[in-house]
Unconditional design. Structure first.
Length: 247
């Protein structure tokens, strides 16, 4: 089941139709029209997302990073745009969330490309920096990761909640009050820093909104079985951290 309660679509490879090339080509060409429609809709949506109003960041957040205390402005690393992964690794946790880890496995090597489009990518979690650094070494990741353990950043961005908010279902998550499974949730937030140093929060997404960011999932979508999660409860029951698979 998807996070929004809808059943995951699946394809049955058993007794799947097999046709001559001409029929295959006709079916594929017809489906191409739908793919093009989807692409056009996505191209329409992306500028609409960028056209949304911004909000000024008024708080002076200070994070614990590899170089010591780092402000939100520091995290831009000389760029005007910042993308933050709200990574689920809370204080006292032994390891990061498997799903967040799955997403983060897509990041190594893309930072050079993002920087050449004036974007810096940073992961932020509430666990102490030592825990983040240890897990980062375990996973072999190279992206920057800082701790918000000493500030309200993740709470203000609706990616962390108090135990009371979780228990009574009053957490404001994905733009409505609901009951998350944990005090930490995954999400992505985007920020802009103008030439005067003012910082603006431009966008945040959670739940199914993070789907497009996972490149591995979209490779699976090209395969005959797709994500092959429809019969699993929960759908991501197959997922392990990269060093926990048996083979």
């Amino acid at each position: 089941m998807k996070p929004d309660g809808k059943k995951e679509a699946s394809s049955d490879v058993r007794n799947h139709p097999v046709v001559a090339h001409e029929q295959w080509l006709a079916a594929r060409t017809a489906f191409l029209a739908k793919e093009k429609e989807f692409t056009r809709l996505r191209e329409e949506l992306s500028p609409q997302r960028r056209d949304l109003p911004w909000e000024r960041v008024e708080k002076a957040y200070v994070f614990d990073g590899p170089r010591g205390n780092e402000t939100l402005a520091d995290l831009f690393a000389g760029k005007s745009q910042l993308i933050v992964h709200h990574f689920m690794l809370g204080p006292g946790w032994d390891a990061g969330c498997p799903s967040c880890s799955f997403w983060a496995d897509n990041y190594n090597g893309i930072d050079i490309h993002l920087k050449h489009r004036d974007i810096n990518l940073v992961a932020i979690s509430r666990a102490p920096l030592a825990s983040l650094e240890a897990y980062k070494r375990r996973m072999g990741w190279s992206f920057k990761w800082v701790s918000s353990n000493g500030n309200d950043f993740n709470f203000d961005l609706n990616a962390s909640f108090t135990p009371e908010e979780v228990a009574d279902g009053t957490a404001f998550w994905n733009y409505r009050k609901q009951k998350p499974d944990s005090t930490e949730v995954t999400g992505f937030s985007a920020f802009y820093k103008d030439p005067d140093g003012q910082i603006f929060h431009t966008y945040s997404c959670y739940q199914r909104g993070v789907d497009m960011i996972n490149g591995a999932y979209h490779f699976m979508d090209l395969a005959p079985k797709g994500r092959d999660e429809a019969d699993l409860r929960p759908t991501m029951a197959w997922l392990r951290r990269q060093d926990e698979y048996e083979d």
